[in-house]
Design a protein around this ligand. Sequence first.
Ligand SMILES: *[C@@H]1O[C@H](CO)[C@@H](O)[C@H](O)[C@H]1NC(C)=O
Ligand SMILES: *[C@@H]1O[C@H](CO)[C@@H](O)[C@H](O)[C@H]1NC(C)=O
Ligand SMILES: *[C@@H]1O[C@H](CO)[C@@H](O)[C@H](O)[C@H]1NC(C)=O
Ligand SMILES: *[C@@H]1O[C@H](CO)[C@@H](O)[C@H](O)[C@H]1NC(C)=O
Ligand SMILES: *[C@@H]1O[C@H](CO)[C@@H](O)[C@H](O)[C@H]1NC(C)=O
Length: 558
Amino acid sequence: MHCAALLLVQLLLLTSRTLADDVGFDYDSTNLAAWEHDYGHYPYRTFESSDLTPPAVAHKIDLPACHDGLLTFLTPRGTAVNESRGMVILDDQGELVWMQKTEGQPYNLDVQTYQGAPHLTYWLGDDTVGGHGEGDYYMLNSSYDLVAKISALDELHADLHTLSITPNDTAIISIYQPYEKEKGGQLQYIWDCLFQEIDIATNSLIFQWRASDHHDTSESYHDPRYKEEGASNQTHWDWYHLNSVEKDDLGNYLISARYTHSISYVDGQTGDLIWTLGGKRNMFTSDDHAFDFSSQHFAQFHSIDEFPSLIASFGASQAGITTRLISLFDNRNDDTWDSGLASRGLLLAISYPTHPDPNGEINKNDYRARIVHEYLHPNELIADSQGSLQAVPAVDDNQDPNILVGWGARSVWSSYTASSKLLCDTRFGTEAAILNGSVQSYHVMKYPWVGLPSEPISTVYNSDRDSLFVSWNGATEVVSYALQHNDNSGDYSADWIYISITQKAGFETEVVIGDCVTRFVRVIALDAADNVLGISESIELPFTSVSSFSLVALTPLH
Ligand SMILES: *[C@@H]1O[C@H](CO)[C@@H](O)[C@H](O)[C@H]1NC(C)=O
Ligand SMILES: *[C@@H]1O[C@H](CO)[C@@H](O)[C@H](O)[C@H]1NC(C)=O
Ligand SMILES: *[C@@H]1O[C@H](CO)[C@@H](O)[C@H](O)[C@H]1NC(C)=O
Ligand SMILES: *[C@@H]1O[C@H](CO)[C@@H](O)[C@H](O)[C@H]1NC(C)=O
Ligand SMILES: *[C@@H]1O[C@H](CO)[C@@H](O)[C@H](O)[C@H]1NC(C)=O
């Protein structure tokens, strides 16, 4: 009886504390009516043991396949997010795993391999430069400690769009630079785009590529928006807008540019364009307009082996012709381009001559592209900026990856089977925020990740509930918290007595203290095999006897 009465009081206390946009203690992520009407545009969570305010999520579609044990990585931004912006990792229920608030706006939280181990990477800096950013990339190890800062060389600034770490432990970063380019006897003032490949350990340049050396400004679909744009060194014209670069195992680069609506394959030795897909300089033929993407993001190569279900449909390989898959997020809209079509994810198959003759005729029939699958949102979302597509490797090698689409300016992510069946549809902003873009994330990604934070376990004593609220920001392996007490001493090495074990529940776990516990308490974080992962600081309870404790706890009833 005593315990039941206490629990009732506790529930009343916690729910009455709920703030306007705080979803509260008993939040149900499948209650879409509450999501739309009970909170502000950016419903968030609060905790007793932490001042973090991560996004809450609402599950509109949530099939069992969505619960794959992978974690979700995002960087919420937008006018409704401001105070709680930061880097966020959520579990497959949408519960917080790790969050770090930041002064500036972070972008592109990813897991990438460096020196053989998974690391977190992200961009931080000034993102108000006009569609790109001037900042730096940072790398954290699995204890969330900073192990590298990656900056552009030659007094340039790392842009927010892309950091790709290669198997050689080099970093490829996008860069925007105000630049003067002569054209027809006149100077054009442009935001030129570069990428640098940098050896992380020695901070030395491996390769640099400049867009205006290889693409003509007439390839742009993003005309100067007013008379002076690009005409003087006061206003530079954003004509190209590089937004993804990756290096393949042949040592060449695949790049995507938003404003030329094109994806180019760049020779890793000479920087020359090997081919261009899409845009005014498209070299490919297609029966289904596979090159008809626009304002796109995140171009990535895949080998056909990555999609076992597709292998049969490709038949025998043709001598001298390479066939590969390319995935991308096809915005089809931007600040000046309005196709009238909804954004989509795309999986394309392309083939091209393996060793094109640099001086020979181009045979258009050797360059072919087709759409393998497209991934549309049921609400026909239009993302006029940002957005991502990730092929999330299947656990089983014989299965296709799932496709995760982050809808950029729209606060939604969704997952599909490779063959376009919608599996999950998750929101981190309400319908109003989705429509007006007040909650966004440049990309949304999923990775496996193991974190063992160097920061301590956080415990707070709540006298109303006679509980410890416990959280450990970023600890992925904790399964339970054991409670210990000691009558005489709070020292680390005192003889602590085990009292109880509480299963970890979401980011924050309430560990009920219970009767006959006196003076000092602490919790031990345990993994699935009951190994000790961490020990909290001890807390001295504000009472000394069982009877006074009961009075304190029951006072709110009167
Ligand atoms: C968030 O930013 C908007 C616009 O800049 C501002 O009006 C609002 O007061 C900010 N909210 C908070 C909680 O700071
Ligand atoms: C992470 O880096 C910090 C600082 O260099 C180091 O003390 C810690 O041992 C590293 N953790 C791991 C798991 O490598
Ligand atoms: C722009 O051009 C003017 C005149 O040529 C020059 O005085 C000025 O320093 C330039 N500004 C920048 C930012 O390059
Ligand atoms: C890694 O370095 C080797 C040797 O320099 C080079 O041949 C290879 O192309 C590089 N691979 C990547 C992915 O950069
Ligand atoms: C988004 O819409 C809501 C509700 O109409 C409004 O309060 C908010 O200011 C809007 N935000 C932006 C960025 O337009």
